[in-house]
Ligand binder design. Structure first.
Ligand SMILES: [Zn+2]
Length: 54
């Protein structure tokens, strides 16, 4: 599971991840180039972070 999230939704993204995966989330900042082509999973903003477990 991977969640893309903006600054505003990162708390929600982490909660969702832990709820679904029962595992510690690893949060990474997206590269500038990736941000431009990646949207937040919860709104229309550009994603800032990606949450995953690897
Ligand atoms: Zn968002």
């Amino acid at each position: 599971m991977e969640i893309k999230s903006c600054e505003n939704h990162i708390g929600h993204a982490l909660d969702m991840f832990v709820g679904n995966e029962k595992d510690f989330p690893i949060m990474e900042k997206l590269e500038e180039a990736e941000k431009l082509s990646t949207k937040c999973d919860y709104c229309e903003e550009q994603a800032e972070y990606i949450v995953g477990n690897k």
